[in-house]
Write a protein that binds this ligand. Structure first.
Ligand SMILES: Cc1ncc(COP(=O)(O)O)c(C=O)c1O
Length: 387
């Protein structure tokens, strides 16, 4: 006997072979390429032929467009979100005494958030997250606040806004509030976009992000003209008035013209892509309601950008094995809490038990523009079939 699938007559009377369910990827940036690829190919060619590769018109246009899109006044384009975080924190911490440079941040985030604190001369103070929103718990932040606190960095994890108003309400005036919005372009809270919720914000255009460059890229947004000017100088070796005139020791963290040219082609689509992510997330939420699968909760009055659709489930590893066997892409973000990482051990981090539990229970499912409805159904069926 062979394993050949049975043939099925269609309405048109043609006999076809039913398509075996094909694998569903966790993400697939190629799906949107027809929408922006041809324009980007031409735009990159135009930059190459202009021979204007840095500090050119594409970066200027991108900064203007990004500020408008986030409802902010200043956007400073840099070469990654890691550097965006570093440069804002440099600007904030340089103005504080060395023993006044504590920065409170979640342990449940990508390492860049905490690495930037240390590289900017600060001391990371890890706080725990809320078990349902997976975002910084304001009560945990209140418990970690001290006269040495210079800044707090809520991360809008997986695209869902952290509780910025609650954080603002408990912080003294002199504590800087910086959104790590690396994953949260187009997220909203109280009718305002991520990027415009705190004193400044940082975004990532890493290739897997909702708005992705053809390489690395990042941006800082803020209403503070002095901060924007300082970040602008620091990204370019501390130069301000003229070349070879250095007021600060900065670094080279300029965005390339080619990356800005690609981002300019993709920007007009980000609204529609986010709407698709939201529709998929709503369908999953409805399907998993009342089951053992607990999706990330989004705060009332907020809208997530759904960079990742992430659930928590007690027997996560069993679910993951089941999905992999069914050809469903899934991923664990993040398997190792930062307060447990060797590189931060010298800061003697306090316990973050909710983060420890989350790291063993989270699983991210396919949720990206271009994910077909039959694939969404396949994901739902596979998750619900898991024992
Ligand atoms: C929460 C968070 N912060 C910062 C970063 C760093 O971004 P980049 O890769 O652009 O440096 C990332 C990237 O994955 C991130 O997810």
């Amino acid at each position: 006997m062979t394993n050949r699938p049975a043939t099925v007559p269609t309405a048109a009377g043609v006999t076809t072979t039913p398509r075996a369910a094909s694998p569903v990827p966790l993400m697939d940036p190629a799906r949107t390429y027809p929408l922006w690829g041809p324009g980007a190919e031409q735009a990159v060619l135009d930059v190459l032929r202009s021979h204007h590769y840095v500090k050119g018109p594409c970066v200027a246009a991108f900064e203007e467009g990004f500020a408008a899109a986030t409802g902010t006044t200043h956007a400073v384009a840099v070469d990654s979100c890691t550097d965006a975080l570093y440069l804002v924190l440099r600007a904030v911490l340089d103005a504080r005494a060395p023993d006044q440079r504590e920065v409170i941040l979640p342990s449940f985030t990508f390492v860049a958030t905490a690495g930037a604190v240390v590289n900017a001369g600060g001391r990371p103070v890890f706080a725990d997250v809320d078990p349902e929103t997976f975002n910084l718990d304001p009560r945990a932040v209140a418990a970690r606040l001290s006269p040495s606190t210079a800044a707090v960095v809520p991360v809008h994890i997986f695209g869902a806004p952290a509780d910025v108003p609650a954080l603002r309400a408990l912080l003294p005036e002199n504590v800087f509030l910086l959104e790590d919005a690396a994953q949260a372009i187009e997220a909203t809270q109280g009718g305002r976009k991520a990027g415009a919720l705190a004193d400044a914000a940082t975004f990532s255009f890493y290739p897997s992000k909702n708005l992705a460059a053809a390489g690395d890229g990042g941006v800082v947004t803020t209403e503070d003209a002095a901060l924007a000017a300082k970040v602008r100088a620091l990204r370019d070796h501390g130069q301000t008035r003229k070349m070879y005139d250095h007021e600060d020791i900065g670094t080279n963290s300029r965005m390339d013209e080619i990356q800005a040219a690609v981002l300019l082609q993709k920007m007009p689509h980000i609204g529609a892509w986010t709407a698709q992510r939201r529709a998929i997330a709503a369908r999953y939420d409805a399907a998993f309601a009342g089951t053992k699968i607990r999706p990330q909760r989004v705060l009332a009055g907020s809208d997530s950008a759904w960079h990742l659709y992430t659930v928590r489930v007690a027997d996560r590893d069993r679910l993951r094995e089941h999905l992999v066997a069914q050809g469903i892409g899934c991923g664990i973000y993040y398997p190792h809490p930062l307060h447990q990482q060797a590189c931060f051990g010298r800061f003697a981090p306090d316990a973050c038990p909710e983060t420890d539990r989350l790291a063993t229970e989270v699983l991210s499912l396919p949720c990206f523009p271009g994910l077909r409805e039959d694939e969404q159904a396949q994901v739902i069926a596979a998750v619900l079939a898991s024992k």
